[in-house]
Structure formats: structure tokens, C-alpha cells
Design a protein around this ligand. Structure first.
Ligand code: ADP
Length: 452
């Protein structure tokens, strides 16, 4: 096993308990220390007995091909040892055992994977299934429970994991969308698209594909006449045979007459058009199992949402506070900005290439911007014509944004924390950043509640 974070440790536990002899290594001294404390057999990979090794299990974070293959990959290839990931072991040992096998739904795409995966899990749990949700979200797959009679596995799968899972053949594969991302690791857009295609091509019963972007539409076109059922999912456009959302209403036109399934505006924790896409995909992926469209609609409405993604963390009188810390780039922040009209926007952190110029069509929604972290001076330059305050850190920004939102004449002011930046200049990760925001808002809410 190479790469000893959460996934690596779950692989070691699973293989060791199955009687395998496992050699483990990681480039990071800290990970090695933690792995030793958990009883891993640490040996530098140059000293592994390569002629007796059955497989190299690679953490998805380790470069397989680009920018250059890691040394351990080169060593495995030289020795003719196969290179796989934890999902492949799952596929071989748990997901597809001929006895007791449980349906597997796999979700991939550039954006919306976690939300769609969690929503599918929520729908199935609400409809009486044992939903085992894992992969790139939550638990590593080898930590999921063995299948019972009502088990469905719902797996979030990154493109790196697809590269390491040649045999993974889900019952249902879901593709949310495809935009340029992680190209440093895939080498080119074509490689990235073909990784996503592979998961779909190996689906055994059905594929559900968001067709709003050109790459996904191209992938969907490849499924014309395929053996598996292919459901296209469209937002904002009627399609003749598929699932679509128009003005927040979810329709299914795969059979005639087309059916109105649900009003997605009732799903309070699925705010924004992008979340309607996630909801439509989740509906399409679960209908065949659940059979009852109404129950799915009700479950979508009761979805509690995921932390740090358009998360409503409270209100003080008419001022709403939204935690969208997961918005680590301009694209994601745009999804949040389009949802509101009177925004007191907290943004900044470690800048991403391209900055926030692409967001200029949405600047008219911003009453004032509160800028933090490394990116603040550059963001202020880009935000020409928008009132800006350089706040340094989140503490100062939350207080200032609330002060102004409270005083504003807007009827529904929103303090929106959607940073459009990575978090690493001031925080451990986006989760830590979102927790700090949530705590700062809670500190404001408590005295306000006492006073009222
Ligand atoms: P992922 O797991 O693929 O990163 P998430 O569900 O965690 O996706 O959402 C991360 C961010 O991506 C959200 O904050 C939102 O800005 C954006 N997003 C979510 N769903 C979609 C979608 N269907 N299309 C485009 N962007 C989306």
C-alpha cells in the first residue's frame, strides 16, 4: 500500500484482516509516524520484495501518469505488478460477489459529486434501503458494511479513482458534468473525459448524464443505441425523452405522457440551479429501485444538505448567513452569487489562477465585499465599482458584513461566505474554514437572541 492517509489505512486494515501480508509506505514522515502507531508494516518501497508482490494499491492522491509517474508506480510497472486502488478491491471482493451482491450506484463528474451522492443515499434511506455511502465522500469503501438484503452502495468516485479501478462496473453510473479540472494530473482534457467515460461505459444497467455542458453532451451522445438505459438530465431546457427541470419543477418525459415529479423549490437545502441538476440526477438514479416517484420527491424535499455548501447557518432578524466554504474557485462562487440579490460577500483566501474576473456579470448583486487572505488586494482591484473592505481575516470580515447587512435597507440581505479561493493560507482546509465561519456566526446569533 502506497499512500497512508485515511484510504490507505482502511486498505491496510481490510487486507490484513483478510490474511494478506501488507507492505506500506508514504513519502510524508508524519503519515508514516501515524501509520506505525496503527500497526502498519512500514518498509521503503525500494526494499519491497517486488517479485512476490501481488498488487500495488495506490492512494488516489499519488500521481499515476501525470505530471510524472511516482517512483513507486515506475517500480511496480518494471516488476509487472498490477496497480489498483481501494475501489477495485471493493469491486472484486464486496460489490460483485455472486452471493449477496448489492446494487452499486457510482457518481462522478467535475462538480456536484458529493451533493448528488449524499442525496441518493438520503433518498434510498428514506425509502427503506440500507444506504452505504462512501468512496471519495465520507467513509473509504473498504470501511463500508458488508451487504445485507436491503443494502445499496452509493459511491462518490473521483477521476483519479476511476484510473485505479479498471474492473469497477456499477449497476448505475451517474455523471454530473464535465469542466476542465485537474488537468495537471490527467495530462489533457481528452484523458480527463475518457476517465469519466470509462465509469459510464462499465455501467451494467443504467447511466444518468447531466447534458448541460458540451463535454457531457458529447459523452451522452456516445450512449445512443447502447445496451444500458441512458437517461439525459437537462436543466432549463425541455427534452423529449429524459429528465429535466424547468423553473424549479422536475419533469420526467421518458415515457409518455411526461410527468411532473416535484417542485424542487420546496427543497430548502438544495438552493440554486446547480442543486436542481443534482436533484434531477439523484431522482433518475433511484427511480428504478424505489419505483415510487412521489416518495423520491418527498425525500428530496427533506434532504438536510451538506455542510459548507450553500449551508444556511442561521439568521439574525432578516439577515441570513450562508456558509459556502467549499466554493474554492470562481466557478463555484458564481453558483452561490446567482442565488441572491442583496449580497454582503466575504471572499478571498489563497488565490486560484484566473481570479474572479469571470464573476463580473454578478457584481451588481454585491452590496459590498469583505476581503480576506492573500487574494484580497487583487480581488479589490477586480471588483471595480463595488464597495470593498480589506478585512485581513474572517473574524473581522464577519463582524463588518453583519454590521452593514443589518443597517442596509434591503429586505433580504445575505452575508454570503463564498471565498472563490483555496483555504490553505489561513486554514487547514475548507472544512476548517467553514467551521470557523459557522462559529463566528453563532457568536453573533447568541447575544442577538438574548436581546430579542
Ligand atoms: P464535488 O464533490 O464534485 O466537489 P459538491 O457537491 O461538494 O461537489 O459541491 C461543490 C461545489 O460545486 C458547490 O459548492 C457548488 O458551488 C458547486 N456545484 C455543486 N453541484 C454542482 C453542479 N451540479 N454543477 C455545477 N456546480 C456545482
Amino acid at each position: 500500500m502506497f499512500g497512508l492517509a485515511r484510504t490507505g489505512m482502511s486498505v491496510i486494515r481490510a487486507l490484513t484482516s483478510a490474511g494478506a501480508r501488507v507492505f506500506a509506505w508514504d513519502d510524508q514522515e508524519r503519515s508514516r509516524r501515524e501509520a506505525t502507531a496503527s500497526g502498519a508494516n512500514l518498509v521503503p518501497f525500494s526494499q519491497w520484495p517486488w517479485d512476490r508482490i501481488r498488487a500495488l494499491i495506490l492512494s488516489p492522491g499519488v500521481p499515476l501518469t501525470h505530471p510524472t509517474p511516482h517512483g513507486v508506480v515506475t517500480a511496480a510497472r518494471k516488476a509487472g505488478v498490477e496497480i489498483i486502488g481501494d475501489l477495485e478491491i471493493f469491486g472484486r471482493e464486496i460489490g460483485y460477489s455472486s452471493v449477496n451482491s448489492a446494487p452499486v450506484i457510482a457518481v462522478t463528474g467535475t462538480n456536484g459529486k458529493s451533493t448528488t451522492t449524499a442525496l441518493i443515499g438520503h433518498i434510498l434511506a428514506a425509502c427503506g434501503y440500507t444506504a452505504e455511502v462512501g468512496g471519495n465522500i465520507g467513509k473509504p469503501v473498504l470501511d463500508l458494511s458488508p451487504p445485507g438484503s436491503r443494502t445499496v452502495y452509493i459511491l462518490e468516485v473521483s477521476s483519479y479513482q476511476i484510473d485505479l479501478s479498471p474492473g469497477l462496473a456499477p449497476d448505475v453510473s451517474v455523471l454530473t458534468n464535465v469542466a476542465p479540472d485537474h488537468l495537471d494530473r490527467h495530462g489533457s482534457m481528452a484523458n480527463y473525459v475518457s476517465a469519466k467515460c470509462r465509469l459510464l461505459e462499465q455501467a451494467r444497467r443504467m447511466v444518468c448524464i447531466g447534458i448541460n455542458d458540451p463535454n457531457s453532451a458529447y459523452i451522452y451522445a456516445r450512449f445512443a443505441g447502447a445496451k444500458v438505459e441512458a437517461a439525459p438530465i437537462s436543466i432549463g431546457k425541455v427534452i423529449e425523452r429524459g429528465v429535466f427541470v424547468l423553473d424549479g419543477i422536475l419533469y420526467d418525459s421518458r415515457r409518455s405522457p411526461s410527468l411532473k415529479i416535484a417542485d424542487l423549490k420546496e427543497a430548502k437545502h438544495l438552493v440554486g440551479v446547480h442543486n436542481w441538476q443534482n436533484a434531477a440526477l439523484a431522482y433518475a438514479a433511484t427511480l428504478e429501485l424505489v419505483k415510487d416517484a412521489k416518495s423520491i420527491g418527498a425525500a428530496i424535499a427533506s434532504f438536510p444538505g451538506l455542510p459548507h455548501r450553500m449551508e444556511d447557518v442561521g439568521s439574525i432578524r432578516n439577515v441570513r448567513f450562508i456558509n459556502d466554504s467549499k466554493a474554492t474557485n470562481a466557478d463555484a462562487a458564481e453558483r452561490a452569487l446567482v442565488c441572491f440579490d442583496d449580497i454582503f460577500w466575504i471572499a478571498g483566501g489563497l488565490a486560484k489562477a484566473g481570479g474572479i474576473e469571470s464573476l463580473s456579470p454578478q457584481f451588481s448583486r454585491v452590496r459590498k465585499a469583505y476581503l480576506i487572505g492573500d487574494a484580497a488586494p487583487n480581488f479589490a482591484k477586480t471588483l471595480q465599482g463595488v464597495d470593498c473592505e480589506l478585512c485581513g481575516d474572517l473574524n473581522v470580515a464577519v463582524a463588518a458584513a453583519y454590521r452593514d447587512a443589518r443597517r442596509s435597507r434591503a429586505s433580504a440581505p445575505v452575508v454570503l461566505f463564498s471565498p472563490a479561493c483555496a483555504s490553505f493560507d489561513q486554514f487547514r482546509d475548507y472544512e476548517h474554514r467553514g467551521e470557523v465561519y459557522r462559529a463566528l456566526v453563532a457568536e453573533l446569533i447568541a447575544p442577538a437572541r438574548e436581546a430579542s
